[in-house]
Design a protein around this ligand. Sequence first.
Ligand SMILES: [Zn+2]
Ligand SMILES: [Zn+2]
Length: 480
Amino acid sequence: MSLVGSTNAEKIWNYCKQRGLNDFGCSGVIANLDCESALNPKNLEDAYQARLGYTDNSYVDAVDTGRYNNFVHDCAGFGLVQWTWWTRKQALPEYACNRHVSIGDMEMQLDFMFKELQEHFPSVIDTLKSATTALQASNTMLLQYECPVNTGISVQNLRASYAQQYYDRFARNPTEGGIDMGYKIVTKKSNTKLSKHFNSNEFDCHGAGCCSQTKINDKLVEYLEKIRCYFGKPITITSGYRCPVHNRNVHGATGSRHGKGDAADIVIPGVRPADVAKYAESIGIKGIGLYETPQDGYFVHIDTREAKSFWYGQACSPRSTFGGVPSIHTETTEESKSYLLHNGSTGNAVRALQEKLVLLGYNISADGMYGPATEGAVRDYQKKNGLPCDGIAGPKTQKSIDDSVDKRHDGDANNSFVVRVTANVLNVRKGPGTNYPITGSIRDKGIYTITEKASGQGAHEWGRLSSGSGWIAMDYCIKE
Ligand SMILES: [Zn+2]
Ligand SMILES: [Zn+2]
């Protein structure tokens, strides 16, 4: 069995459903795991990170490779459940080893958790299959299985409130859960914001009077954001979602991925379709069609399929590659932009950097060639922004330039305000909404600066942390 879903919360929800838990039961499990580990299977208890000198990732790596051998007896909470007691921490690596997977593997940890529940807490499973409230499900996990030091009323209420949120999100919301999990289904013409650069109208079916909703795969939006950010130019979506009626009317291919909200045909003014296809390939997109003749038109089709299929033109001639993966783009993370650009560098990344410098007022031409003028502009920017003045645009300088450009676009950079976090554990997410992946958590109830607000799933309002580490739900903060 492999895990189904685009976020850890979705994966755990679907896993628990498959194990026969009811909706409240699934909510109770996720709420407890969220409070313990922010749903991060590599989570090493914060208090032990400094003491042991490890981060979540380096700890997992050290245990996996055998460089660290005190896993069983170090008393540090670890993983989704924050396993702590030595007998449980002894059984976990044995279980992982038999599976030949990392100690940080999420599916292994979920299986291990269920094994523990079945062997030692069968009544907890019974309750999770029959619970009638979020509190009942959350408490059976909290009081019988997790048993943290503090199980007082405030802890019970906090976890129950998390459980209720997950219940509302997955059990009640028809756009999440089941086959539509991982998709947005929004009203046509509502222009719902989907991500930093994309709104739902851009994906609307082009037919008239044929449909009232637009369906969009979250993954597709993620891909488009990456492409948008890499080229630094707006993307025109010439065809996004096509409803079944419209698809029939235009004699579109039956079973088209456009009909499922999984595909987009795109054009980036000023960028050759071949370059777009090449970059799409480099970030791991598996469905790519390149069209670049007067007869076929000039655009690139991308979709979210998982088995590779590349083709060329209306004739759909198969292609094995669109030019290979550029070595600088081997990572698929956000950090993929973080490479060194310097005097002598050429290409789209240089052009994108130059365009940003132009936006910031530098009088250089965006020709894709990093020469003395670009180097001079970078040096000047670095000097004015307190960065090491070497004329090389590395990750720090690029990030700073990106931020400056964004600030400029926002028009008003002085919207920031300060909040105090009230939740014991508050997730930090990559974007404004529970549909974005968790990148960390705040556990100190501290004071934080918010630079931007946005609406999104799972909270009334979201705020972007000034640190740049992500977004938090404003519902769990008080304005200072
Ligand atoms: Zn339609
Ligand atoms: Zn298409």
